[in-house]
Design a protein around this ligand. Structure first.
Ligand code: PLP
Length: 398
């Protein structure tokens, strides 16, 4: 209770205590607090020592952030065995995971097309601490097996790779990892649990940039890791030590996003397939990469691993005419936004060779199977006809 004898300054910071609500709220409240109050020194000591459940400090754990991670775990693993930890970004999730699993001298196997941030984390940062990485064609199981070493600590994969939309053979790779006793981690950002739930295919840990489909509105940055409790506790410890905690306001936005995740992603996938099919029929387009197309190399694998009829909502279009044609197509877009990232409500386009893959020269692009003119679309919630019309007019000569 506030004491009228105390000065205004004291009363301003020692207001009445926040209500403690014993009732279940319909929606997880935002615990926008950096720290939590204890009744006694003993309770404080017990919570700090982990002898008693409780909350101490929001870099360590925050109830709003944990509610978001728990909700993702429930989507990835309906059996309820998997647990999850929240992070400030996809890269905070990925770096905490790799730091938890690696030590000096460890070896990592990752696909050549791995997300740029993961690639630079491995080659620019972890390499300085004696972690080496072999980048392989992740779709070639014998190449993955051949890359194994006694010191291999992680097999890394991406369910759908950017921008070629190649699909990882999750069951095949998980057998290789299990035989070698190496944890198999996949980045499932491009799929979301609506399209694919990797834990059902033998994967040990699933990471997401929640910035993309989980949040779904391009207004928040976050990440999450899902898997077995023992591994997650090690990963949580790295977050405590490195500080990549998810803020409560961001967590609440992400949890709100999850409520409409199935509606958004189903619609986005359907529209993406419509767009891919329409554009493939135009002879000014030389190539369309989307696993929903029968012409895509991994169509059969995607059909086996993914929710029936859903193939993700990213489409890579290659207009005739190389690099200049890709840049010109981007400049002529009227409805589709020139913007990076994916998974939001608004359709976005990037010219791959000058943005997400600008560190690759034309020879490296060719080796990775990427045309210098490729344009990657993240399909949003607009009407398919409007998107197709915008993309077709962007192909026209000015
Ligand atoms: C965006 C992205 C990340 C990184 O996530 P941030 O939230 O930007 O840190 C990691 N992996 C993939 C596949 C991504 O698309």
């Amino acid at each position: 209770m506030s004491d009228p004898q105390r000065g205004l300054g004291t009363r301003a910071v020692h207001g009445p205590p926040a209500p403690v609500v014993g009732q279940q709220p319909l929606v997880a409240p935002i615990y926008r607090t950096a720290t939590f109050v204890f009744d006694t020194a003993q309770q404080m000591a017990d919570v700090f020592a982990g002898r008693e459940p409780g909350w101490s400090y929001s870099r360590t754990d925050n109830p709003t952030a944990q509610a978001f991670a728990d909700a993702v775990a429930a989507l990835e693993d309906p059996s309820g065995l998997a647990v999850a930890q929240p992070f400030a970004s996809g890269m905070a999730a990925i770096s905490s995971t790799l730091l938890a699993l690696c030590a000096s001298g460890s070896h990592v196997i990752a696909p050549r097309e791995v997300y740029g941030g993961t690639w630079t984390l491995l080659t620019r940062q972890l390499a300085r601490f004696g972690v080496t990485t072999t980048f392989v064609d992740g779709t070639d199981l014998s190449a993955v097996r051949a890359a194994l070493r006694p010191e291999t600590a992680v097999l890394w994969g991406e369910v759908l790779a950017n921008p070629t939309m190649s699909v990882a053979d999750l069951p095949g790779l998980s057998v290789i990892a299990r035989d070698a006793g190496v944890p198999f981690v996949v980045d499932a950002t491009f799929c979301s649990p609506v399209v694919c739930r990797p834990l059902e295919h033998g994967v040990d840990l699933v990471v997401h940039s929640a910035t993309k489909y989980l949040g779904g509105h391009s207004d928040v940055t976050g990440g999450v890791v899902v898997g077995a409790a023992a591994l997650l506790e090690r990963i949580r410890t790295v977050r405590l030590d490195t500080g990549g905690a998810l803020a409560p306001d961001e967590a609440a936005l992400l949890t709100r996003g999850l409520a409409t995740l199935p509606l958004r992603v189903v619609r986005q996938c359907q529209t993406a397939l419509t767009v891919a099919t329409a554009l493939q029929q135009d002879d000014r387009i030389v190539r369309v990469d989307h696993p929903g197309l029968r012409t895509h190399r991994d169509h059969a694998l995607a059909a086996r691993l993914f929710t029936p009829g859903l193939y993700g909502a990213v489409v890579t279009l290659t207009p005739r005419g190389g690099r200049a044609a890709g840049l010109a197509m981007l400049d002529r877009l009227r409805l589709v936004k020139r913007a990076t990232s994916l998974g939001g409500t608004v359709t976005k386009a990037v010219h791959v060779a000058s943005t997400t893959h600008s560190s690759l020269d034309d020879a490296s692009l060719a080796a990775a199977g990427i045309d210098p003119g490729a344009v990657r679309l993240s399909v949003g919630l607009e009407d398919a006809e409007d998107l197709v019309a915008d993309l077709l007019q962007a192909l026209d000569r000015p």
